[in-house]
Design a protein around this ligand. Sequence first.
Ligand code: GDP
Ligand code: MG
Length: 180
Amino acid sequence: ANKNINAKLVLLGDVGAGKSSLVLRFVKGQFIEFQESTIGAAFFSQTLAVNDATVKFEIWDTAGQERYHSLAPMYYRGAAAAVIVYDISNQGLPCFPTGQKASFERAKKWVQELQAQGNPNMVMALAGNKADLLDARKVAAEATQVYAQENGLFFMETSAKTATNVNDIFYEIAKRLSQV
Ligand code: GDP
Ligand code: MG
């Protein structure tokens, strides 16, 4: 039998990591070089067919600014899935004491928050975005993979610009949601 699943999905991550660009690529197949900053949050929907299910994503693209942090629970509460985005080329200053870059550190903070406050069955995906900027890479994929495994997330490097792994990450989420 065909299952129809409505799935609330939230995108979280640092400003400029590429959350809005990933959604725009997934929903409209487009990329904008000078994507405007999101104010508050934006809503999109997109449907994917996987196996014997149709998954309708109700997507909340959040702003990422610290000043909007207190609004985040509204978006992740009741969410079936989250995509936590960081920028593999992030130039932010190394965070003391780990030496890791700001965008990835911010992603880990979101993971912690979701683990503590989110829906315990939430499917969590970690997107290392801007994978097209290989020469500017600051975050190694290997260490991130280990981190993801330890924390029960699945990890993909994506590029909203070239479309690499963008449909794939949403497809993988849909697959996991259709299996529960
Ligand atoms: P958000 O604040 O997380 O929503 O980030 P945006 O989607 O607004 O993207 C911030 C900037 O990064 C914009 O100038 C985008 O064009 C750029 N950007 C987003 N994704 C990619 C990507 O995959 N590759 C490259 N090269 N630039 C990207
Ligand atoms: Mg945005």
